[in-house]
Design a protein around this ligand. Structure first.
Ligand SMILES: *[C@@H]1O[C@H](CO)[C@@H](O)[C@H](O)[C@H]1NC(C)=O
Ligand SMILES: *[C@@H]1O[C@H](CO)[C@@H](O)[C@H](O)[C@H]1NC(C)=O
Ligand SMILES: *[C@@H]1O[C@H](CO)[C@@H](O)[C@H](O)[C@H]1NC(C)=O
Ligand SMILES: *[C@@H]1O[C@H](CO)[C@@H](O)[C@H](O)[C@H]1NC(C)=O
Ligand SMILES: *[C@@H]1O[C@H](CO)[C@@H](O)[C@H](O)[C@H]1NC(C)=O
Length: 573
């Protein structure tokens, strides 16, 4: 069974569930993420939601929050972050949705910049620029996100060239709405330019400094890209990983450790006069038949229930083969994949995601929480390039030590490795890094362990602790954030800016205080089964699932790791 269907056209409309639903008008609200379940499976509540449609209305919303001493958070239309960044904490907070603040896109051709409302969505942004023959050089690969959300979580594509792959590197100025004194009307707009020292705080802020209003970004004349994927043995991956980005404008690597294969994407800029109308419509982000997503989930449950590792490996191979032969959803003439190189405009290559705008309820994103389809964890960690060789070698040792233990994520399109440059942003990457994105099955309930639970936990702890990797702020399980704030040498400057901009911490939440290291108790738990969902590192068997044969054991390669390992129970007849 394929995780991803082969080709479905996005012609028919299933709107994603609203991020905010309220019991009465705009009050007594529940906020959900696009995946439907928060990492700790809690609910996220707010007393009130506002939908400002102008900067002045944002100022009014913040003033309302300040006057009423409410915690505040911004939420986007699609609410894509995995961690609870959008939850104001408790149930008396205020959420400010940017759903209606998504239209402003003002191009300044002389300055080669564009100024956008923070709720502008990526697809609309890059296509609007393209209609003026302009291009934005970098972004996430998934297009269902807003400019404000991309910045706040440090989202990126893949490149070490020029300014690098993170969207925030292209910011020239930001207008931010922050709390103010009663004399100032309780809220005010501040402008940060490249001359403002605080721009390095505001560029990547996790939403804790105030509400991003207008963002000015550098743009370029439209250019094209030439993309060629090559699949080969991963035998020299450790030698390639640190250098592949050199001489490659946008390259990335998809690693399939269980198959000993890696797909190298050679991806260069070419002038826009080069012929080609290619489109990247990544298969995993296309509208997928609901029945296929459900059948995939059912198959996975059977593999889990019957402990059928071989089944997960067969599925991973079939999926990798299908993705390869269909060019991952690359379409040379906009319709079909006919071979490499594929050449197309920057806006059609950099980012994709047709599923959240599908026009039929029979076809949606495969993870749509309303359909009982895919349900997964995502561990996304950036490893400094200088440590990447040793990291790859350790993952290979882990693979060698755990026959087929890494087939699970290989069935989720493999592990995507993308390059991110060291940033001056205080919460940006502290070093030139390669970011590895690993997706894997999540059980329906929090007490059920996973097949090869121990292998994925060891990989996660190895990346985060042994190799001091930094977590993607908008993805990951709680474990990845343990001691994360210490990896940012400029964190004190960030916290200093926060004290000045939001002195009463109205934009802070329990979650943001934990990940920023302001408070420590609560990021991990001591509850039974807590390790299964990354809510703790096990230190006792009860953190795993001893009743099902999962015990807390040391890692196989990274021996300091503590992981939940299945051991055959002595059968009692
Ligand atoms: C919110 O909903 C709950 C549950 O229905 C109710 O008890 C409570 O009074 C409501 N609060 C407000 C402020 O409407
Ligand atoms: C803003 O969004 C709300 C909720 O979706 C909607 O009901 C309202 O019509 C919108 N208002 C404006 C001015 O766009
Ligand atoms: C979503 O689909 C509608 C109708 O097909 C289209 O007009 C709109 O531009 C699409 N939006 C995005 C963000 O792709
Ligand atoms: C993994 O196993 C292969 C095949 O036995 C071997 O060639 C390779 O050196 C091993 N890799 C590591 C890092 O131990
Ligand atoms: C986090 O830091 C604390 C304090 O230095 C240390 O005791 C703890 O072991 C660290 N946690 C991990 C998992 O490395």
């Amino acid at each position: 069974m394929l995780t991803l269907s082969i080709v479905f056209f996005a012609d028919v409309l299933a709107l994603p569930p609203p991020a905010v639903t309220c019991r009465s008008g705009n009050s007594n609200c529940t906020i959900s993420g696009t995946y439907g379940t928060w990492p700790d499976r809690s609910t996220c509540k707010a007393a009130q939601v506002f939908y400002p449609a102008s900067e002045q209305q944002i100022v009014d919303a913040v003033a309302f929050g300040v006057r009423n001493n409410m915690k505040m958070k911004v939420v986007t239309r699609l609410s894509h972050s995995i961690p609870k960044l959008v939850c104001p904490g408790g149930d008396q907070g205020l959420v400010i949705s940017t759903k209606n603040y998504s239209r402003g896109i003002v191009i300044d051709r002389a300055a080669m910049t564009v100024t956008v409302d923070s709720g502008v969505e990526l697809r609309n942004f890059v296509d609007t620029l393209a209609s003026s023959q302009l291009a934005f050089p970098q972004s996430s690969y998934w297009s269902g996100v807003t400019i404000g959300g991309l910045l706040s979580t440090g989202a990126h594509g893949s490149s070490l060239r020029d300014l690098g792959s993170a969207v925030h590197e292209y910011v020239t100025s930001i207008r931010l709405v922050v709390p103010a004194s009663p004399a100032e009307g309780y809220a005010k707009v501040l402008t940060f330019t490249q001359a403002s020292e605080d721009l390095d705080a505001v560029k990547v802020s996790l939403g804790v400094l105030g509400v991003l209003s207008k963002i000015t970004l550098k743009v370029e004349p439209m250019f094209k890209r030439s993309v060629t994927n090559t699949m080969r043995s991963d035998s020299d991956l450790e030698d390639q990983v640190a250098t592949f980005a050199n001489g490659n404008d946008y390259g990335d690597i998809t690693w399939y450790p269980s198959m000993n294969q890696a797909v190298y994407r050679i991806d260069q800029r070419v002038p826009s006069i080069v012929p080609g109308n290619g489109v990247n419509d990544f298969i995993g982000f296309q509208p997928t038949a609901v029945l296929i997503s459900q059948a995939t989930r059912t198959t996975e449950r059977v593999f889990e229930f019957t402990r059928d590792t071989q089944g997960t490996c067969n599925r991973a191979r079939l999926q990798a083969f299908t993705l390869w032969t269909t060019g991952y959803g690359l379409k040379n003439n906009g319709v079909l994949f006919t071979g490499y190189p594929l050449i197309g405009n920057q806006n059609r290559i950099q980012t994709s995601g047709t599923c959240y705008n599908s026009s039929s309820s029979l076809f949606t994103c495969p993870w749509d929480p309303s359909i009982d389809g895919l349900f997964f964890h995502q561990t996304t960690i950036s490893i400094a390039l200088e440590r990447s060789r040793d990291f790859i070698l350790d993952v290979k040792r882990l693979r060698n030590a755990t026959l087929n233990g890494l087939c699970g994520p290989d069935g989720y399109s493999g592990s995507l490795m993308r390059y991110v440059k060291k940033s001056s942003a205080y919460l940006g990457k502290p070093e030139d890094s390669v970011d590895i994105d690993v997706t894997y099955y999540r059980a329906d309930d929090a007490n059920t362990p996973r097949l090869n639970e121990d292998v994925l936990e060891e990989l996660e702890q190895m990346a985060v602790f042994k190799y001091q990797g930094t977590p993607h702020w908008g993805k990951n399980r709680n474990v990845a954030f343990v001691n994360a704030s210490r990896k940012y040498p400029n964190l004190p400057k960030f916290l200093d800016a926060k004290k000045r901009l939001d002195p009463n911490g109205l934009f802070s939440s329990e979650w943001s205080d934990l990940v920023l290291g302001v408070t420590t108790a609560g990021l991990t738990s001591d509850k039974d089964h807590c390790a299964l969902e990354g809510l703790c590192i096990c230190s006792s068997d009860r953190h795993c699932a001893p009743e099902r044969g999962y015990f807390c054991r040391p890692g196989r390669v990274f021996q300091q790791a503590r992981v939940c390992r299945f051991e055959e129970l002595l059968s009692v007849e």
